[in-house]
Design a protein around this ligand. Structure first.
Ligand code: C2E
Ligand code: CA
Ligand code: CA
Length: 542
């Protein structure tokens, strides 16, 4: 495994001519060469290389085009020292940049062992020893402020106990992937063991780290794909800032740990900054969502739907959230958290009411306009879902035959009797149902004939999988065609979503698809923008 994280603990950077005369040495590098051994700064890099390693070095240099990495010995202050060397060529200047990490502390016979001494085996992340070395180096270099965040997953033990250790390991690896996308080039992520991670934020004070960590909360809150059910985790985080909350490695870590426990006790899934007096600064996603609903941070966008003559016939309402701190958050991210927090029935009802009020306005311009609103399985399964829908219809006065509720196959897998009763009751009032993400759920199709469903939406993954027509590729539309035929054979209409290109449109048209939704014809947009797309109302002849 490569060790890109070593870049962050460079001991020296040199720039040398093609004959290896040294032109530049970084400041930490000057200290590294001269202290504590009292050596002199090198004039020529080859002169300080261990004679046995010169051939290997030259060979690597010739073989590599623009850079290479290898372990070598050099003489520093008269003492032999193992380094990891990375070289980059500067062809224009005919020079090389040499990046040096002192690995003498870790060098053993076997370089795999050295790596193991510094890295966690499961995730490949730097381990506790690496973290300690890095923090101590930051302090030695006089870096300040920087912050240490200690993370402990919520609900990890449950995953391990329910799904087994292999699944637990997979969750840790997945968490590593999600979080490593969120840290900056100067930051470091380490695993301490178990479900404990540390993020080291270079140059950030505690508030800066706290801000960055909100995205970490979101990333962990996304569902983990464990079989047979998704797992939902959270993360409790504690932050300590150097030197404010501790002036050495162990004190920083201890105080971050204290703050982390405060997060756990305060209800988990939040960030707490250590405070010497009163630990009370925290941020919770659930609180943010609750406030967001109250403060109008949530709103809907509408993505137009077209028939095959490209006449707009309706739209799908899609929920949006722009939070003061987090910025714009996608529904794929926040809906699982909302569900987990038990807020989905509330937010779902809000979305339906908001959408129906808007539908009423669309109807003033286009009386046949049809609006589709998404209903999550959790929302559908909540008590009195059907009552809530009918309440909103009564309140807004929309024509129920112009409302479509998009439900998923997993909604239909819930308590059957209760589901069927709710569907039948709403259908009697004129509301129609469409099966969203069709083809991605379970395979029993008998429900399609048994339940009052009027259309299916072919998931965008299938549309994308048809591919593009090129000289050597004829798109595979067999599957999509089969779905359309199946739906038509039982009198269901077909909507294709995620249509992005003209060739996809042409295939779907030839296959008999009824409605099209996708970036090709219109992205999700504000109600005002959608209104401009509606055909001008016909002049009354009378
Ligand atoms: P969905 O119901 O499958 O919604 C379609 C998603 O595809 C939307 O993503 C839409 O922006 C995106 N999309 C549309 N056309 C294209 C295209 O041509 N190419 C590509 N690549 N994508 C396209 P969005 O808005 O991010 O919503 C994601 C999911 O969040 C939705 O998937 C739905 O499951 C959920 N969601 C959104 N709003 C609500 C809501 O009000 N209630 C509930 N329960 N779920 C919602
Ligand atoms: Ca949908
Ligand atoms: Ca979909």
């Amino acid at each position: 495994m490569s060790t890109p994280t070593l870049d962050r603990v460079l001991d020296a950077v040199l720039r040398v001519e093609s004959n290896f005369d040294v032109r530049f040495i970084s400041e930490p590098g000057q200290r590294w060469f001269t202290k504590p051994l009292g050596g002199a700064l090198p004039q020529n890099f080859l002169a300080i290389l261990h004679p046995d390693d010169v051939p290997a070095f030259r060979q690597a240099l010739v073989a590599a085009h623009d850079g290479f990495s290898c372990d070598l010995r050099l003489l520093r202050g008269g003492t032999e020292c193992w380094i990891n060397l990375r070289s980059y060529s500067l062809p224009a200047a005919q020079q090389y940049v040499l990046c040096i990490v002192d690995i003498s502390m870790w060098k053993t016979e076997d370089s795999a062992l050295r790596h193991a001494a510094l890295h966690d085996e499961l995730t490949g992340l730097p381990n506790r020893a690496f973290l300690k070395k890095t923090v101590e180096q930051y302090i030695a270099e006089g870096k300040a402020p920087f912050s240490v965040a200690l993370l402990d997953l919520d609900g990890f033990k449950k995953v391990n106990d329910t799904y087994g250790h292999a699944m637990g390991d997979a969750v840790l690896v997945e968490t590593t992937k999600r979080l490593s996308k969120l840290i900056g080039p100067g930051d470091l992520m380490a695993r301490l063991g178990g479900d404990e991670f540390v993020l080291l934020y270079d140059g950030k004070n505690a508030q800066g780290a706290q801000q960055a960590l909100k995205n970490v909360l979101l990333a962990v809150a996304r569902p983990y794909e464990t079989a047979p059910h998704n797992a939902y985790l959270g993360v409790s985080i504690g932050v300590a800032e150097y030197p404010l909350h501790g002036d050495d490695y162990s004190l920083l870590l201890k105080n971050a740990d204290t703050a982390m426990y405060y997060s756990k006790n305060a209800g988990k899934n939040r960030v707490t900054v250590f405070a010497l007096t009163d630990v009370n600064v925290d941020f919770s996603i659930k609180a943010a969502i609750h406030n967001g609903i109250q403060e109008g941070e949530f709103f809907m966008e509408y993505q137009p739907q077209y028939d095959m003559q490209r006449t707009i016939i309706g739209a799908e309402a899609l929920m949006r959230w722009t939070n003061r701190d987090l910025g714009r958050v996608g529904p794929d991210q926040f809906i699982p958290i909302v569900e987990d927090a038990g807020l989905m029935p509330f937010l779902g009802k809000w979305a339906l009411r908001y959408s129906c009020h808007q539908l009423k306005k669309f109807h003033a311009l286009a009386p046949d306009f049809v609006l589709s609103v998404n209903v999550s399985p959790v929302q559908f399964g909540s008590d009195h879902f059907d009552d809530q829908v009918l309440e909103v219809i009564a309140e807004t006065g929309v024509d129920p035959s112009r409302l479509i509720l998009e439900i998923t196959e997993s909604t239909l897998m819930g308590s059957q009797e209760k589901t069927e009763r709710a569907l039948a009751r709403l259908r009697e009032q004129g509301i129609r149902f469409s099966i969203d993400d069709f083809g991605t759920g379970f395979s029993s199709l008998s429900y399609l004939t048994r339940l009052p469903v009027s259309s299916i939406k072919i998931d965008k993954a299938f549309v994308a999988a048809m591919g593009e027509e090129t000289p050597d590729h004829t798109p595979d539309k067999k599957l999509v065609k089969a779905m359309i035929n199946l739906a038509h054979s039982i009198d269901l209409k077909v909507v294709a979503e995620g249509v992005e290109t003209e060739s996809q449109f042409a295939f779907l048209q030839a296959a008999g698809c009824n409605l099209i939704q996708g970036y090709l014809l219109g992205r999700p947009m504000s109600a005002a923008d959608l209104t401009h797309r509606l055909p001008a109302p016909k002049e009354d002849a009378a």
